[in-house]
Design a protein around this ligand. Structure first.
Ligand code: C2E
Ligand code: MG
Ligand code: MG
Ligand code: MG
Length: 290
């Protein structure tokens, strides 16, 4: 809480802000160290075709693996990275590592589309599309196998600029997903101006399937919307059979969640994939699905 008053600068800092400032400093130091010494790691969560069970792709999710306490997830450290200027190097590392891994797996005959989360602060940089172009060239990834996940909020901050960047990305052949769909603002108006390839319906709606009529109504509406705009639709946060059943019956094609697998380190993801593919319908090995 910012206090205005005669007591001077000290009055600006409530106890909460001091704690927050200390936390930010602590995280900033850990992130800087992780960047310098290799303490970041990617985990991968499969994205599954709900009808056939086939794995259509994977989402790369960054972890701070520095062994320090407390353990922090990206929901805690990405916002800090955004405010202290470290999101650019972290984002660059994530994209590079995800592409490197995709190409390595592809060389072993495992063709998986990889989705990478990009935050607003990263996306807004003037050279973002150029960075991705350079990455596609240097990594050798088939651009159709790379998906950039953005939130509506990231895009709506500067719609005109965002549309230009998205067109540049799409010209490369890279695909665009709108993440956490339904939780931002201007969802529907943005869809008329933007060219996304897929929507990811936010997990809060999926979590409400069993108990909340409004959540089901939102899901039904988004399924209809994706269908009529010819967009792929991924449901996030599928944790149980009943959510899976509902989404499949309603015609949602893709999903991810703990019901299938948690995000896993690369070797475990590969093992999961090998076990999983024997129980799923044979995949189309030619094209990069998802
Ligand atoms: P997101 O992109 O919407 O990713 C989905 C989050 O939901 C992940 O959390 C994933 O582990 C979690 N999740 C997946 N299935 C389930 C489920 O069935 N139940 C529940 N309860 N959760 C599930 P995570 O890995 O902690 O990431 C949180 C957020 O941090 C991500 O949300 C994304 O916005 C951000 N993030 C993660 N990695 C990166 C990154 O490399 N760069 C940027 N800029 N942001 C990232
Ligand atoms: Mg995501
Ligand atoms: Mg999401
Ligand atoms: Mg999210």
């Amino acid at each position: 809480e910012v206090k205005h008053g005669r007591r001077g600068a000290f009055a600006f800092y409530s106890p909460d802000m001091t704690t927050r400032a200390q936390f930010v400093l602590h995280v900033e130091r850990r992130l800087q160290r992780a960047l310098d010494r290799g303490g970041l790691v990617l985990h991968y969560q499969p994205i599954v075709n709900l009808a056939s069970g086939a794995v259509e792709g994977i989402e790369a999710l960054v972890r701070l693996a520095d062994g320090a306490e407390p353990a922090l997830g990206p929901a805690a450290f990405i916002p800090v990275a955004e405010t202290c200027g470290l999101i650019a190097p972290i984002g660059a590392w994530v994209a590079r590592e995800a592409c490197r891994q995709q190409v390595a797996w592809q060389r072993e005959g495992i063709r998986l589309t990889v989705s990478v989360n990009v935050s607003a602060a990263q996306f807004r940089r003037a050279d973002f599309a150029a960075q991705i172009r350079d990455l596609v060239v240097s990594s050798g990834i088939d651009p159709h196998c790379l998906v950039i996940e953005l939130t509506e909020t990231a895009i709506m901050e500067n719609l005109a600029e965002a549309v230009a960047i998205l067109h540049a990305l799409k010209a490369l052949g890279v695909r665009i997903a709108l993440d956490d769909f339904g939780t931002g603002y201007s969802s529907l108006s943005s869809l008329s101006t933007l060219p996304p390839d897929k929507l990811k319906i936010d997990q809060c709606f999926v979590r409400g399937i069993e108990t909340d009529h409004a959540s089901r109504a939102v899901i039904d509406a988004v399924i209809a919307l994706a269908g009529s705009l010819d967009l792929e639709l991924v449901a996030e946060g599928i944790e149980n059979e009943s959510a899976l059943h509902y989404l499949r019956e309603r015609g949602c094609h893709l999903g991810q969640g703990y019901h299938f697998s948690r995000p896993l380190p690369a070797p475990q993801l590969l093992a999961w994939h090998a076990r999983h593919r024997t129980s799923a319908r044979p995949e189309n090995g030619k094209r990069c699905a998802g």
